[in-house]
Design a protein around this ligand. Structure first.
Ligand code: NAP
Length: 292
């Protein structure tokens, strides 16, 4: 292996340690514990797991969490009313509505109902709009792309002037990752399902952020020697040697790409742990903004 492994677990732990220390200092100074409200509509098993992980992270770092499960047939009005109640609750600093919402609900309207000073997921149209505009500052940046940039910086990868390729243009990962790279002065290409000759595009990249949800899609011979590879993908690959019958792999063919790249994140243990760490950082920031 020639690539340097980017240890997302260790980098996420450092972020969480810093948040825990800042929370302890706040409390010692007589200020409130930051509080995160989670809203889960329906019973998706994966969403319930993510919410539990977020609640556990709050407890580990000395923060409050308030969980609000709603039935899957909740109306738009019921969900928006809950968000408005949480907006008005001073013990709640951050509001996280777990996505995806059931199909009958209008996600954009729900996200728009969140007070932007409590928008710790960074998905409110105003926060995303500010992220896209020069000279404007979003209050919060979406957690997974925020984590990707943090991994690059902590690893000493130079972003300014680099050619960066983002695979995927979703609202939650690909597009905000591309906007963040532009803000860091990279030259950015966004690849999506209609892009022609993807291997050729990827070969020009000094930095690749892969977020398309296609198992081991990026191959070793697509990668420029020395490039930094951030793999956001989480895919289950059948594996009879594992007790559960599968293992998690990314959107990058790790075994091939690690021989060519300069830096690479593993799956699991790369981007995954960063998402919750950045959510905790955003929740602390929300409490600090609301102190003012
Ligand atoms: P998504 O909403 O399904 O978006 C996928 C994107 O990839 C779309 O923009 C799509 O293009 C593009 N795409 C799909 N197939 C492609 C192909 N063959 N060639 C080129 N582009 C293609 O996915 P997402 O929510 O962004 O998630 C992406 C991956 O990241 C998933 O594996 C997900 O599990 C993972 N994820 C991980 C974390 C974490 O914390 N580590 C967080 C979120 C997501 P079009 O726009 O043209 O359809």
């Amino acid at each position: 292996m020639s690539a340097q492994l980017i240890d997302g677990k260790a980098i996420a732990q450092k972020v969480k340690d810093d948040v825990a220390a800042a929370v302890a200092a706040r409390v010692a100074a007589g200020k409130s514990k930051p509080g995160l409200a989670t809203v889960l509509v329906g019973e998706r098993v994966d969403s319930a797991t993510y919410v539990r992980m977020k609640q556990k992270a709050c407890a580990d770092l000395g923060m409050e969490s308030f969980h609000h499960p709603l039935p899957s047939d909740s109306t738009q009005e019921e969900v928006e009313n809950l968000v408005r109640e949480l907006n008005a609750d001073p013990t709640v600093n951050g509001i996280l509505v777990q996505l995806p919402l059931p199909d009958h609900l209008d996600e954009e309207k729900v996200l728009q109902a969140i007070d932007i000073t409590k928008d710790v997921d960074g998905f409110h149209p105003i926060n995303i709009g500010r992220l896209a505009q020069k000279g404007r500052e979003p209050l919060f940046v979406p957690c997974t792309p925020f984590g990707c940039i943090h991994l690059l910086k902590e690893s000493g990868v130079k972003i300014e002037g680099a050619n960066a390729v983002v695979l995927g243009r979703s609202n939650i990962v690909g597009m905000p990752a591309a906007l963040l790279l532009v803000r860091e002065n990279a030259t950015v290409t966004v690849v999506h399902s209609r892009t022609q000759n993807i291997p050729e595009v990827v070969r020009r990249a000094d930095i690749v952020i892969a977020a398309i949800g296609k198992m081991e899609f990026v191959r070793g011979d697509w990668v420029k020697p020395g490039a930094a590879i951030i793999d956001v993908g989480i895919n289950s690959k059948p594996d009879a040697t594992r007790k559960r019958g599968y293992r998690l792999v990314g959107d990058v063919n790790f075994d091939e790409v690690k021989e060519v790249a300069g830096y690479i994140t593993p799956v699991p243990g790369g981007v995954g742990p960063m998402t919750i760490a950045m959510l905790m950082k955003n929740t602390l920031r929300a409490a600090e903004i609301q102190d003012q």
